[in-house]
Write a protein that binds this ligand. Structure first.
Ligand code: NAP
Length: 483
């Protein structure tokens, strides 16, 4: 369905022809059919990309914000114009339903647009001195060459959420996308090329994660690592980056609770919980992992949720009206199965499993049916580890303090959600939840204009908003003695 890829590494404004002896094959997770091959680059390509980014840095960082913004504007327009085609490519390599994929591409373009606007706003400071003979100013300066590493679950928006603020700030970059989803990255770099970014400002290396990562971590010209992915890999990168005291910005895993209070709007709570859990088939870092429902409404809530889940259409994301696509790979399916098995062994009740209806579809790919369980206890794996799949555990509660304590009892701290129509409660509980993001009657808190990011083992740093650009700027203090 897509043309065979002939190039996938972009260094210093040039595409490198694929060497057929060094390739990786990309598969469609819905059909297990090969889609195309991409280059399996490593240390040498990364070194060249870093050198190119370093050479380009001087001129790029000295452009005005307004000059840099023109490239970002152009890229955002090109991306929006081509969103339908880019969405199809995304679905083919990642599996999410086409509507979601096109939505992601449009969201990715909005990061480019927002940071095109923000590029002119890297304000400094004038500090009133305590002595008359001095003047003090603070000058924001771009960090330098940035090494960016992205995951497969949002193959398009995770790239622009990093690169748009980096480029707006005046940094240059080398990107390593996920090997599962390099095609969206390649398309974004074709857009950068068409938008006319100067040579070396943006570079792409597909291939061997360990070798590329090592080069980014050890090359002294890379001054910052920005990473989105699992907490384990994030910890490794943070440790290794410390050898050269590189700046690190990490967007890691999560284990989001949803708390539905007795005063919630039930329609809203049911439909939004469903949307949070099953978006991207449960494979988003901020999607609900566990659901706490007040005991007075737990039965009604569970029944209504089950009804909705039964009607969800599972299949290839390219087919019409599909709501749940495949998972990314076999390990992902095995993980969900293990979480379910562990819960059932420990006494959970299977409220709904789409096993039979999914089996009847005779799907070839990495599918797991949408599943709802109740009677869950805190010792079950699903209540503690990121499931990253369509398994929804429901636990009743009867006390606000206790449910907040449960929600906070995790090493993660990315996103949490509450449903309540009581304004005092919404503020009181939001303040006490130890998370970087709290959604109140809202399960889609990500936006280009707002800071997205976790605390605790969900990461450090923010992406989005003026906070996102600040990550790529260092503050230089200039102290001037005057007569
Ligand atoms: P992952 O296994 O950590 O991989 C993320 C990226 O890191 C991939 O490109 C991967 O390449 C690369 N990588 C792995 N080992 C590396 C190494 N030694 N050196 C350099 N790069 C290395 O995570 P994933 O499975 O792709 O993504 C899912 C995770 O991302 C979940 O935990 C999810 O919660 C998290 N996530 C967080 C956010 C957020 O904003 N907080 C957003 C989206 C996803 P290889 O695959 O080749 O190893």
């Amino acid at each position: 369905m897509i043309e065979k890829q002939t190039e996938s590494i972009f260094i210093n404004g040039e595409w490198q022809k694929i060497d057929p002896t060094k390739v990786e094959t990309i598969y469609n997770p819905a059909t297990l059919e090969p889609v195309t091959d991409v280059s399996y680059g490593g240390s040498q390509e990364t070194k060249e990309a870093i050198e190119a980014a370093d050479t380009a840095f001087l001129e790029w960082s000295e452009l005005t914000g307004r000059e840099r913004s023109k490239f970002l504007y152009r890229a955002s327009e090109l991306m929006l114009d081509d969103a339908e085609r880019l969405g199809k490519i995304l679905t083919m390599e990642q599996g999410k339903p086409l509507k979601e994929a096109v939505g992601e591409v449009k969201g990715a373009a909005h990061f480019l647009l927002w940071y095109a606007e923000e590029a002119s706003r890297g304000y400094g400071e004038w500090i009133p001195s305590s002595v008359k003979s001095k003047r003090m100013l603070v000058l924001p300066k771009p960090v330098g060459v940035v090494g960016a590493i992205t995951p497969w679950n949002f193959p398009s928006s995770m790239i622009t959420r990093k690169l748009a603020p980096a480029l707006a700030a005046g940094c240059t970059a080398v990107l390593k996308p996920s090997p599962e989803t390099p095609l969206s990255a390649i398309e974004i770099f074709k857009i950068f090329e068409a938008a006319g970014f100067p040579k070396g400002v943006v570079n792409l290396v597909t291939g061997d994660a360990e070798a590329i990562g090592k080069e980014l971590l050890t090359h002294e010209k890379v001054r910052m690592i920005t990473f989105t992915g699992s907490t384990n890999v994030g910890k490794y990168l943070m440790r290794e980056a410390s050898n050269h005291v590189k700046k690190v910005s990490l967007e890691l895993g999560g284990h989001a609770p949803i708390i539905v209070f007795e005063d919630a709007d039930l329609d809203k709570a049911v439909s939004m919980s469903l949307a949070s859990k099953f978006r991207n088939n449960g494979q988003t870092c901020i999607c609900a992992n566990r659901l706490y429902v007040h005991e007075s409404i737990a039965d009604e809530f569970t029944n209504r949720l089950k009804e909705e889940v039964q009607n969800m259409r599972v299949g290839s994301g390219l087919d019409d009206d599909i709501e749940l696509g495949p998972l990314i790979n076999e390990q992902a399916v095995v993980k969900v199965k293990n979480h379910l098995k562990d819960a059932l062994n420990k006494g959970a009740k299977l409220e709904y499993s789409g096993d039979k209806s999914v089996a009847s579809l005779k799907l070839e790919g990495y599918f797991h049916p949408p599943t709802v369980i109740s009677n869950v206890t805190d010792d079950m794996i699903v209540m503690n580890q990121e499931t990253f799949g369509p398994l929804f555990p429901i636990q009743p509660f009867n006390d606000e303090d206790k449910v907040i304590a449960k929600a906070n009892d995790t090493d993660y701290g990315l996103a949490a959600y509450i449903f309540t129509e009581n304004t005092s409660r919404s503020l009181r509980v939001s303040e006490r939840l130890n998370y970087g993001i709290v959604g109140v009657n809202d399960v889609f808190p990500g936006a280009p204009e707002a800071p997205f990011g976790g605390i605790k083992q969900s990461g450090n740093g923010k992406e989005g908003g003026h906070h996102g650009m600040a990550e790529f700027l260092e503050q230089k203090f200039i102290s001037i003695g005057i007569d």
